[in-house]
Design a protein around this ligand. Structure first.
Ligand code: ADP
Ligand code: MG
Length: 715
């Protein structure tokens, strides 16, 4: 017989074959464990019975005891409904049904005590509940307490199954004799050390809590459990990689680095840039392969850090590559970096999809014979036909467009895996980055180069358009360039196109003396590149675009960013867009245009933009408002993060503790990492476990992450 957890759900009292199939198909519940971990999305208080006189309009579901006085059918056809007058002995209220009218009318008898349950609404000073849950009132029966409300699918609902089915089944399961056989999920060493509620209690409290306090304790325990295993999985992955993959050893800081640093660098590095370069250098001389995420707000100077890291590789006799998500970005990087490289005698080449075959042959040769020091490009770089002599470092700009799989492909390019530096402007709080990017170490540039003129951010209503136009006019006169951005309208591409095209025409009418170009999502890539290029070169002075405008595009002469329908954008997106201006030495403006009528929530959200330019603050605010699921980058993390109860944004504290526990366990038990057991070089805190506990951990890891890492992919 299967253990309690893995028992087929059809064997539960009240389920059977047919319902078992339905539960699996509709809710993915196949076993006892699945049902126990199918948590209610909220709880309702059925611990007390209300009087009608106590009701208020804003109450959630309440229960009231009383009798039906009379029933009356009103309306015809589709509008037919049943009105029941209900009294608790003092006051009266109504119950309303819009379906099954005749059956219900005869089902409830006068003179009998019923308990009704539902959400009270107030209409013409009479309270009513539509489609209340009605049951015979039994004064002997103890009150139900707090009850879970469960999600069911529409298809279940159509077949007459509601949250009630689930609460009934959970009740049967919790009172099953074998519930006592629950296997342990967290080792006792951990539950004791971190003072966590026992699993049995936690599950009972999750489904039908005795009090809000116990419910929150239960949640804490289950979140910990979930995050602990997630961290174990991630840490195991990165430690295993560290063991399996030998990294290149770059002991030297040499000629190129020093020459550039002491003789050519056009500015003093910021403290943060220096610190990050030290972190990178330390990585490269451990002999382990570097996998580092470099986070830095727009304009924080990541490119220079990337370039100087490349010099470290070159100084040690290796080549470096930089991969950008689009041709325009690759070209911009090429222009910057080939100029920097030229000063110290490096050969830098650009490889994109549009490089002609003769040039392509030249590049291939230069790569093979090692004459090319730095290759910059798009996806073309990871084509199998591109072969380096000795590739030592790959820098990837704007990570979120390259998933883990692509990184793995890059690694395959060499017999020894090159170091990898991923640069991103998507500011993710550290705890989240740790999980989303899992196996990457994180460096942060948290300081902007000095002398930046702050960007002035303004909120303006459509009614103030003429003021905005005057500002644009003034900036154009001063020789500057302007971005005007429209939101993507996914539900309605036609409407989206219409708004950009109309916007462009309006702008051309207002500023006939300058050239205007336009970029939107329905253009062919060639046409898009051509239009972008007109703006980048300065030929076009105003760019009207949907959000397709490239993440890293650098036009220092642009000083105004107008964002139309700003309320439709997420904060992080607004921040990215704003980062397109303020790159030159002139004062810049970001103008958030909205309709006059926006809700106070929207106004509050947008006003965060006017208050701060700190990308981390903005991203934190954004995540609190939207949840991390929407964050750019989380989908492509390559990790199956399917959290049932924990929330990576709001549970940062539990996440940190869970990380700590996982680290201690792995420090004490390096054998949990696959591959040979080697004497651990880690000297951190340890949390040794009994053999039984280790078995628990192995079993849980297998259960939760059965799709294990495919090492053939990357080594
Ligand atoms: P991002 O991090 O957004 O990629 P960039 O690398 O494009 O930023 O840098 C933005 C601008 O700041 C560039 O013009 C770059 O030359 C300049 N810059 C970078 N570091 C410094 C510094 N330490 N002092 C002054 N300017 C700098
Ligand atoms: Mg950049």
């Amino acid at each position: 017989m299967a253990d309690f957890f893995s028992t087929d759900i059809k064997f539960l009292k009240g389920v059977g074959e047919a319902r078992g199939k339905m539960l699996e198909k509709e809710l993915g519940i196949r076993t006892f464990r699945d049902l126990l971990y199918y948590f209610p999305f909220r709880h309702i208080d059925r611990s007390r019975i209300y009087r009608i006189s106590e009701l208020t309009e804003d109450m959630p579901m309440v229960q009231i005891v009383g009798r039906f006085i009379s029933f009356q059918i009103e309306g015809e056809g589709a509008k037919r409904r049943l009105n029941g007058i209900f009294t608790d002995g003092q006051r009266m209220m109504e119950c309303v049904w819009f379906s099954k009218v005749d059956a219900i009318k005869d089902a409830y008898r006068p003179g009998v005590d019923y308990m009704i349950f539902g959400k009270p609404n107030l209409y013409r000073s009479v309270f009513s509940i539509s489609h209340p849950e009605v049951s015979l009132f039994d004064p002997e029966r103890p009150p139900m307490g707090f009850m879970g409300v469960y999600t069911v699918t529409d298809s279940m609902r159509r077949r007459g199954y509601s949250s009630r089915l689930l609460s009934g089944l959970v009740k049967n399961l919790l009172s099953n004799q074998r519930f006592a056989e629950l296997p342990s999920v967290l080792p006792s060493e951990i539950t004791e050390r971190y003072r966590l509620m026992p699993l049995r209690d936690a599950l009972v409290q999750m489904h039908s809590p005795d009090s809000p306090e116990l419910l929150s304790k239960a949640r804490e325990r289950l979140k910990f459990e979930e995050l602990f295993y997630l961290q174990m999985h991630i840490l195991r992955f990165s430690r295993e990689r560290g063991r399996r993959i030998k990294g290149l050893f770059f002991p030297t800081i040499g000629k190129y680095f020093n020459d550039y640093y002491f003789n050519c660098i056009p500015f003093e590095l910021t403290g943060a840039q220096k610190r990050v370069l030290r972190e990178i250098r330390d990585d490269m001389r451990t002999g382990r392969q570097m996998n580092r995420l470099l986070q830095g707000d727009v304009g924080s100077g990541k490119t220079m850090v990337g370039f100087m890291s490349m010099l470290m590789a070159i100084d040690n006799g290796y080549q470096a590559a930089l991969m950008a998500p689009t041709e325009i970005l690759a070209t911009q990087h090429f222009e910057t970096i080939s100029e920097w490289g030229r000063q110290i005698g490096l050969r830098v080449e650009l490889l994109t999809g549009s490089v002609r075959s003769r040039k392509r042959r030249e590049i291939d040769e230069g790569l093979r014979n090692g004459e090319i020091n730095i290759l910059i490009g798009t996806h073309a770089l990871i084509e199998d036909s591109v072969a380096f002599d000795r590739l030592g470092l790959v820098v990837i700009d704007e990570q979120h467009r390259f998933g883990v799989a692509q990184r793995a492909k890059m690694w395959k390019k060499n017999s020894v895996v090159p170091h990898v530096l991923v640069m991103t402007a998507t500011p993710i709080p550290r705890t989240l980055a740790m999980t989303v990017y899992g196996d990457l170490d994180v460096s942060v540039i948290d300081e902007l180069p000095p002398g930046r003129k702050p960007i002035e951010t303004l909120m303006r209503y459509d009614e103030n358009r003429s003021e905005v136009n005057r500002l644009i006019h003034r900036e154009l006169e001063a020789g500057r360039q302007i971005y005007i951005v429209y939101p993507l309208i996914q539900e309605n591409e036609k409407l989206e196109l219409k708004s950009v095209v109309e916007g462009k025409e309006r702008i051309m009418g207002l500023f006939p003396e300058v050239e205007v170009c336009m970029v939107h999502g329905r253009m062919k890539p060639d046409e898009k590149d051509y239009q972008m290029e007109r703006f980048v070169s300065g030929q076009a002075r105003i760019l009207v675009a949907t959000t397709v405008i490239e993440v890293g595009v650098n036009v220092p002469n642009a000083s105004v960013m107008v964002i139309e329908n700003a309320e439709r954008f997420g904060l992080s997106q607004l921040h990215q867009l704003r980062g397109r201006v303020g790159r030159g030495s002139d004062k810049s403006y970001c103008i958030l245009m909205t309709k006059y009528k926006i809700g106070s929530d929207t106004r509050k959200r947008l006003s965060i933009m006017t208050e701060t330019t700190d990308g981390f603050l903005i991203s934190e605010a954004d995540m609190k408002l939207r949840g991390p699921g929407d964050m750019e980058g989380t989908q492509q993390s390559g990790l199956a993060i399917d959290l049932k109860i924990a929330n990576l944004t709001s549970d940062g504290q539990i996440l940190n503790i869970a990380r700590d526990a996982a680290e201690r366990v792995l420090n004490a038990h390096p054998e949990l990492v696959a591959g040979e057991v080697s004497a651990s070089d880690r000297t951190g805190e340890k949390l040794p476990l009994s053999t039984a506990s280790l078995q628990t951990i192995s079993r849980e890891l297998n259960f939760r992450f059965s799709r294990s890492v495919d090492w053939s992919q990357i080594s």
